[in-house]
Design a protein around this ligand. Sequence first.
Ligand SMILES: Nc1ncnc2c1ncn2[C@@H]1O[C@H](COP(=O)(O)OP(=O)(O)OP(=O)(O)O)[C@@H](O)[C@H]1O
Length: 649
Amino acid sequence: MSSVNKTAHPFDKARLEALLSHRFFYAPAFEIYNGVAGLYDYGPAGSALQANIIAEWRKHFIIEDSMLELDTTIMTPASVFETSGHVARFADWMVKDSKTGDVLRADHLVKNVLEARLAGDKEARGEVAQPAENEKKNKKKVKKTAVRLSDELVKEYEVILAQLDNYGGLELGELCRKYDIRNPDTDNKVTEPQEFNLMFASSIGPTGKFPGYLRPETAQGHFLNFSRLLDFNNGRIPFASAQIGRSFRNEISPRAGLLRVREFTMAEIEHFVDPMDKSHSKFSGVRDTVLTLLDRHVQASGSTKVTEMSVGEAVEKGVIANETLGYFMARIHTFLLKIGTNRRRLRFRQHMSNEMAHYATDCWDAEIENSTGWTECVGCADRAAYDLTVHSKKTGHPLVVREPLDHPIVTEKEVPVFNKKLLGVKFKRDGLILQSYVEGLNEQDLFKMKEELGKGATSVTINGKTFEITSELLTIERKTFKETIREYTPNVIEPSFGLGRILYTLLEHSFWSREPDIERGVLSLPPLVAPTKVLIVPISAKKEFEPLVNEISAKLRRAGVFSRVDDSSVSIGKRYARNDELGTPYGITVDFASVKNRTVTLRERDTMDQRIATLEEVIATVTELVEGGIDWTEACRRLPAYDGVQAID
Ligand SMILES: Nc1ncnc2c1ncn2[C@@H]1O[C@H](COP(=O)(O)OP(=O)(O)OP(=O)(O)O)[C@@H](O)[C@H]1O
């Protein structure tokens, strides 16, 4: 078996982008109308890759944990987002170039400028070599100049960068002034940060009187259907709902390809759990999963040093707030590795206190490193009872769990009992004021009143008016109550995935160029998610290959393996090179010997190793390879090597 050196050529973003565009993974939407920033169309390869990631997501999360899948509407009445807090708070801070009026996202501006200054300082100190040409191309960032900074300033910049997500508009404005942060494109000063709401506003119906928004996340659709979901789940908790669908955010300046777009596919889970018990029945199965963690205390100290820790230990030590949150972090980790994310480039970063939504109790982002730095690809938050509580309060619809108690709770209480007739006669309409006042008294005050009434009479003063109360008018009685139902609002743990970010970072992690020819790009996508699993390559387009090619296609189809035939007129080598760029892991070549002997060759993408065997053996092996039952080493053990010549008996 040949070995492969995937790092012989350093990562070259421009080459990857050219490949993705040329092979139509995705492209700017409305391109022939000059495109619109932040909107992309996926082509056949990108759509198939996304569909395969989604299919695995469904298996890994929905099927594994029997989640309840939903498909709720995108267009949402404004009242829903007023209640959820999105109308008031779903915003980013923007600044404008004081002369050109160009708009920039304030936190991104601070980050890009300070990072460029730190890089310039390193260069001035001679700590880094001049970047290679292709490294420069990888970073379409702010231009850096080799200027030496004081040690104090370096420390200050590092602390700011480690806590950037913690800053609001005021602080970002102060940073721009204090460190003279300007628009890097023009060197002009920028204005004070202003809030910009990221939701796309719309109007439902012809009157213009019914405002709506395109949803910026799928979550509200889960919360609004909570009662139905609970009912579907036979009134039992915990359970989780899941939804895969489009979301829309009017991002201020989307310039990072698929990493920041204005329309994207999300996959979200809302796990509803008892606030008194956030343990998870399957936690023991993930306890030993080791995660790379960057907790909030480390960030607060201005560092980005990560710790490797098992989920079990992190929950025990209180680093991760509870078992359910830990369970999902471990499952997210396993999912991302399964689809091909590089483990060394994956970490979980905890939100700092200001960064977290005010109602959330703990929140971790799965961040994936790529050519732009570390990018949040999955958010995993404990949203407490916030969403269900606010929607319930607004609509009057109870979004609660009612659970029969195993052991009813029996309590005794003092209860005021009025002689209603006498109350009306004596105090007329003010009687109601007195009644509600007395009913609102606590146990201790009622007890005191009872004692006084036992002596004949008492009095109370409400808003300056005194009420004389006799024991004929009011008695305080001790009554027994039996509670058989516990009613509570569940808490919600929410893993929220952005599929475009996961897909793009996966493409970066999979991309390399073959030695010695840098032009020969390869995408080493795992068979699980590769758009096409097997390429069938007849040596030429001659009619005599057709029956065998059709037979192989049909057999692979029957085995559930997605294949394509490439019988174009270019050389076999070129056809394989094209499919290496598409990430196709296996190729079956059909030649004259195949027609005669029913033997075909099987090629593996990364090593370019070739094996030879009968059509049936090759199909059985490739099916197992695609299903993940065996790896290429095992396939090599089973099938003899092909030395480049097929004997024709
Ligand atoms: N503009 C976007 N383009 C692509 N994916 C996005 C975008 N905004 C959010 N996502 C994805 O949706 C997931 C959940 O959204 P969430 O609201 O937690 O993101 P966010 O904190 O607003 O992201 P950011 O801070 O990067 O703007 C993110 O982890 C990310 O994968």
